[in-house]
Each structure stands twice: as C-alpha cells, then as structure tokens.
Design a protein around this ligand. Structure first.
Ligand SMILES: [Zn+2]
Length: 139
C-alpha cells in the first residue's frame, strides 16, 4: 500500500479537516459527507485520515473484522472458532461506487441460507468494523 499524503500537510480545506477529525473522535456523529469539485483534496484527506486512525484488534481470517471484545456480535465464522488468533489491522478504507445501496453497505438477509437451510441469517457484505472510512467516488 502506498503511503498516503500526510493529513497535516493538506493546505486549506479547514472545515473539511475539522469535520473529519471530529468524526474520528466522536462516532456518534455518524460520519462526514464531503462534496466538492474535482481536485479539491476530498479523497486525499479521507485517505490521510484513514492512515491516522488507530489499528483495530480483530480475529485472524475474519472477513468482517469482528471485535474479540464483543463475542456476542461475532459472525458465524468467528462463532464457530471461538479462540482465533488475533491480529491488528489498519482501519479499512472502503470505496463504494456512486449509488451503492443500503444493503451493500449494511448487509442484508442471506438469501442462499434462507432458501437452502431455511434459517434467517445476516449477510454483512462489506459490513464495516467499528472504525472504517468510506469513500464514494462519482467517477
Ligand atoms: Zn468474524
């Protein structure tokens, strides 16, 4: 992975930088929507912020980055292997296409499992860990 441009080296865009930093320290804000003309540093700032976030401790080989401290919310794979090795990862930077639907972001009913096994199950899709940075590109 290439080293992102340093967040502190971004000149101008003070409101955007302040909003990103506030969202990084207060999850209840729910996120930041940044819009602007091409070349104004939106993606650069988001990538720079993602590199500043603390590493997450998660379960090795977990597709959804389940937190070891919250076993009751673990995915099916983690529940099947209750003593996995733990790893530290960078906060994921998730690029979403413009028009990404809610089920693409938040997950949905696992239709395959519902039809084959007859059980309701959640398919998280790109379910983010507690810390994630989403980027929606208009290109
Ligand atoms: Zn998991």
């Amino acid at each position: 992975m290439a080293t992102p441009f340093p967040f502190t080296a971004i000149v101008g865009q003070e409101d955007m930088k302040k909003a990103l930093l506030m969202a990084a320290v207060e999850p209840l804000l729910g996120g930041v929507l940044i819009f602007g003309d091409r070349g104004t540093g939106k993606s650069t700032a988001v990538r720079a912020l993602a590199s500043l976030l603390p590493k997450l401790e998660t379960r090795e080989r977990c597709r959804y980055n389940c937190l070891p401290s919250e076993p009751q919310q673990a995915c099916a794979t983690c529940r099947a292997h209750p003593k996995p090795a733990l790893v530290k990862i960078r906060a994921p930077m998730i690029d979403l296409p413009l028009g990404a639907t809610e089920d693409r972001v938040c997950g949905a009913l696992d239709i395959e499992k519902a039809l084959t096994v007859g059980e309701k199950a959640f398919e998280p899709d790109c379910w983010p860990p507690p810390i994630a940075v989403f980027s929606i590109s208009t290109r």
